[in-house]
Design a protein around this ligand. Structure first.
Ligand code: MEV
Length: 320
C-alpha cells in the first residue's frame, strides 16, 4: 500500500462583531474571519500512532485505540474522535499558529476546523462544507458544553458572517471592514463569562430579555450597515451594542478605559468589546494609527497590545 502524501490546510482565526451572548438566547450575531492563520499538516503513518506537534500547545502522542480527550489538546482530540470509526491508520499533525491561544481570536475553533478539514480531505478526498460546519459545532459544544459556532463558520468560510446558533444557514459578506483590535492583556474563559451572564439573566429575566432583544436589533441594523458599507452607521451601532454589553455585566474598568481611549480618536467611528468580555479584545471601527496601545506604562505592564488585523476573505484553504 502506498502512503498518501501530506495534506496541509490553512484556516483563519475570527472575531465577533455583534450579538455576543444574545446569540446564545436565540438572536442572530455577526462574526468575521481575520488574517491571522493556523496552518496544519497531516502526514499519514503506517501504524496506528497519532503524534501532535503544536507551536502553541506543545507535543502529544497517542494511539487510535487509546483516544481520550485531554487538555490542552482537547479540540484536536475531539475532532479526531469525530472520524474515529473511519480511521484505520494513524498520522502526525504539525500545527503552527500565527496567534496565541490566550488572545481571543478563535484559536480553538480554528484548530478544530483545521483538524477536521485535513482528516476529511484525507479520507473523503475533498471538503464537504456543511459536514465540516456540523462537525465543528459538535466538537466545540462537546468540549465547552456551549458555543454558538460563529467562530467555526468564520474559520470555514472566511469573510463577514451573519448567523444564528440554531441553524446551519447563514449570510456571508465579502466586504473589507476597517477594524482594529486591542488586546486587554488578560482573558476570562468564555464559558465562565457566559455562566455569569446566565446567572444574572435568571435573576432579572424581564430586563435581560429586553437587553437580548435590543442586541438582536443592533445585529439586524449592523447587518444592513455592512451591506450598505455605511461605516459611520455601523460605528454608532457598535457603541449602542457596547452599552448593552455593559448592561450584561461583561465590561470592566480596563476595557472601559481602552474603549474611551479609542473613541477619543476622531477617526474611530465606534468601539466595543469583541467576544464574551471581562477581558480579551476591544474592537475599534475606522482608522486608528499603529502603535497607539499600550497608552502608558501601566497598560504595558498589563499586557495591552494593539493587534494589526484585517478581515480575511479566505476560509479553509488546501495548500499544494
Ligand atoms: C464569545 O466570543 C461569544 C459568545 O456569544 C459565545 C458564543 O457565541 O459562543 C459569548
Amino acid at each position: 500500500m502506498t502512503t498518501p502524501s501530506s495534506i496541509t490546510v490553512t484556516v483563519p482565526g475570527s472575531t465577533m462583531l455583534l450579538g455576543e451572548h444574545a446569540v446564545l438566547y436565540g438572536y442572530p450575531a455577526v462574526v468575521c474571519a481575520v488574517d491571522q492563520y493556523v496552518t496544519l499538516t497531516l502526514s499519514p503513518r503506517d501504524d496506528r500512532k497519532i503524534q501532535i506537534h503544536s507551536t502553541t500547545l506543545g507535543e502529544y502522542e497517542t494511539n487510535l485505540d487509546a483516544l481520550v480527550i485531554q487538555k490542552p489538546f482537547q479540540f484536536i482530540l475531539a475532532s479526531i474522535m469525530q472520524w474515529k470509526d473511519k480511521l484505520e491508520r494513524g498520522f502526525d499533525l504539525e500545527i503552527a499558529s500565527e496567534f496565541s491561544d490566550q488572545i481571543g481570536l478563535g484559536s480553538s475553533a480554528a484548530v478544530t476546523v483545521a483538524t477536521l478539514a485535513a482528516i476529511q480531505q484525507w479520507l473523503a478526498s475533498g471538503f464537504d462544507w456543511e459536514k465540516l460546519h456540523q462537525a465543528g459545532i459538535e466538537v466545540i459544544r462537546q468540549v465547552q458544553g456551549l458555543g454558538s459556532g460563529g467562530d467555526i463558520l468564520a474559520s470555514i468560510y472566511g469573510g463577514i458572517i451573519y448567523y444564528r446558533a440554531d441553524s446551519l444557514k447563514f449570510d456571508r459578506f465579502k466586504t473589507k471592514l476597517p477594524i482594529h483590535l486591542i488586546y486587554s492583556g488578560y482573558k476570562t474563559p468564555t464559558v465562565e463569562v457566559v455562566k455569569k451572564v446566565e446567572k444574572t439573566a435568571h435573576a432579572y429575566p424581564k430586563i435581560f430579555s429586553k437587553l437580548f432583544l435590543a442586541m438582536g436589533e443592533c445585529v439586524e441594523a449592523g447587518k444592513k450597515a455592512i451591506q450598505d458599507e455605511n461605516w459611520s452607521q455601523l460605528g454608532e451601532i457598535f457603541n449602542m451594542h457596547q452599552g448593552l454589553q455593559e448592561a450584561l455585566g461583561v465590561n470592566d474598568k480596563n476595557l472601559h478605559d481602552i474603549i474611551s481611549q479609542t473613541r477619543a480618536f476622531n477617526t474611530v467611528l465606534g468601539s466595543k468589546i469583541s467576544g464574551a468580555g471581562l477581558g480579551d479584545c476591544i474592537l475599534a471601527l475606522g482608522d486608528l494609527p499603529q502603535h497607539c496601545f499600550p497608552k502608558d506604562e501601566s497598560q504595558r505592564k498589563q499586557g495591552v497590545k494593539q493587534i494589526p488585523i484585517s478581515v480575511s476573505m479566505k476560509g479553509v484553504v488546501l495548500k499544494n
